[in-house]
Design a protein around this ligand. Structure first.
Ligand SMILES: Nc1ncnc2c1ncn2[C@@H]1O[C@H](COP(=O)(O)OP(=O)(O)OP(=O)(O)O)[C@@H](O)[C@H]1O
Ligand SMILES: [Mg+2]
Length: 451
């Protein structure tokens, strides 16, 4: 607000300065014209004075010498004084009081000239020995003196006018210089103040930007730290869960498995020794044996689900093939497996990651895709490995809001991240179905080998 006020005052001063400059220039031009006119008036007055003096000297010369030659300038003067006076009148404003002085001058001059002419015409014998009209000449000289007095008065007036003009121009000039100086000082001060303000503003802005940058960096560091912690935690959970599942699978296999085998052997022993005349007991025993065999099958499925024995014993390719066959058998969907080799040499961490991804992708197809066929591909690519599961179902809804209770895709991504790979889930060819693509680059192979 204060800054705006100061700027407005500066602008007002600059405007005043410019206005004064324009006005003074106009005034100076006017003064210049007046100067010129005053000098022209003075020049005309002196011209007029010299004409009347010429007329007077001519008359005197003639009367004193009697020579006609003196009359020539006299008559020239008597013919021209009116022209000069008219010029003088035109130089003075029509309503100026000086026009009265000019009129008086005209009257007096006309009177003086008439008297001079009379003295000439009344002097029959001019010359040193002749008789001149002395009384008439003295009268004419007295009138001429009055003419000269009026001319002197007009001259003085013009001088006073010129002096007043000079003083006025000088005063205007000083006022303009003063205002220009004041404006310059104020504007310079305002500019200096603005410069300081600008510097302060720039410094404050830079400080704010810096603070924002630091806050952002801090936030980024925090996010990175938290992400690293969460990744670490999720990977730990995946590892722990795999280990836990393996432990449970082993425990079930070792304890439950051996117990069920012992029960099976005992029941078969009883069946062999059972008398033939107890059909009801035999029937119940057969049912128990049947149920036992189903329980053994169930145990097998549970153990396979927890930790596929194929994976550890027969390798990734076999495990995936057998999982797909089982999937086809259960769902009736056509599952085409394209697995080039056995991949016995790959890192066990890669095997379990690929296997779990295939498991979850097939489960998702069963749950969501409404597909009629599935293709599973596993191959080496540029030293890395790629698993691709393609279905021809409805595809994942593009702009569907994320489901808070869905963890399958997140888990797949996390498993890939754990082994340094990437997972992409896209639409299938022609925008149909879904493609789950898991890829682990070659460098990760070298890294895990080095570890
Ligand atoms: N092959 C697919 N075809 C169509 N939609 C799919 C397919 N796979 C996943 N989806 C969609 O993506 C969503 C997220 O899948 P995700 O596996 O993460 O969760 P979920 O299967 O719903 O639950 P969870 O796997 O945690 O039991 C699914 O709910 C489904 O809408
Ligand atoms: Mg799922």
């Amino acid at each position: 607000m204060v800054v705006l006020g100061i700027i407005l005052v500066s602008i007002a001063l600059l405007a005043m300065n410019a206005t004064l400059l324009v006005l003074n220039t106009r005034a100076a031009m006017g003064s210049n014209e007046q100067y010129a006119r005053s000098y022209e008036i003075k020049r005309t007055l002196s011209g007029f004075q010299s004409i009347v003096t010429t007329a007077e000297s001519g008359q005197r010369g003639y009367l004193l010498t009697g020579q006609i030659a003196y009359l020539e300038p006299f008559f020239r003067a008597t013919r021209s004084w009116r022209t000069e006076l008219d010029h003088l009148r035109s130089l003075i404003a029509p309503n100026s009081p000086r026009q009265r002085s000019v009129a008086e001058l005209e009257k007096l001059t006309a009177d003086a000239v008439r008297r001079l002419e009379q003295t000439i015409s009344s002097s029959d014998q001019p010359g040193p020995a002749g008789k001149a009209d002395v009384a008439g000449t003295e009268h004419a000289t007295a009138t001429m003196d009055r003419v000269r007095a009026v001319i002197d008065e007009l001259m003085r007036e013009e001088d006073a006018r010129i002096e007043a003009l000079r003083a006025e121009v000088l005063r205007d000039m000083w006022v303009t210089v003063g205002v220009a100086l004041l404006t310059t000082v104020v504007v310079v001060l305002v500019l200096l103040g603005l410069h300081r303000l600008l510097r302060r503003y720039v410094a404050a802005r830079a400080a704010a930007e810096n603070a924002l940058l630091q806050a952002n960096e801090h936030l980024n560091r925090l996010v990175e730290e938290r992400t690293a912690e969460l990744t670490e935690l999720s990977q730990h959970l995946i590892r722990a869960s795999e280990e836990e599942k393996a432990n449970i699978a082993r425990e079930l296999h070792d304890t439950l498995g051996s117990n069920l085998t012992a029960i099976n052997m005992d029941l078969n022993w009883i069946a062999r020794r059972l008398p033939k005349d107890v059909p009801e007991v035999r029937e119940r025993l057969q049912r128990s044996l049947q149920m036992l065999s189903e329980t053994v099958e169930l145990k097998h499925e549970v153990i396979e689900g927890l930790r596929p024995s194929h994976l550890d014993n027969l390798g990734l390719a076999f495990a995936i093939r057998s999982h797909c066959q089982e999937f086809s058998r259960r769902t009736g969907l056509d599952c085409d497996v394209d697995v080039e080799e056995d991949f016995d040499d790959i890192d066990p961490a890669w095997s379990i990651a690929f296997y779990r991804i295939a498991q979850e992708a097939l489960t998702n197809i069963l749950k969501h895709a409404q597909a009629t066929s599935v293709k599973v591909e596993l191959r080496r690519e540029n030293g890395g490995m790629r698993l691709r599961i393609t279905d021809d179902g409805i595809g994942i809804q593009q702009n569907a809001p994320p489901k808070t209770k869905s963890h399958g895709l997140v888990g797949m991504r996390e498993r890939m991240r754990q082994v340094g790979g990437v997972l992409s889930v896209t639409r299938g060819p022609n925008g149909r179905g879904t493609v789950v693509d898991a890829f682990i680059p070659a460098e990760e192979q070298k890294l895990s080998a080095a570890v």
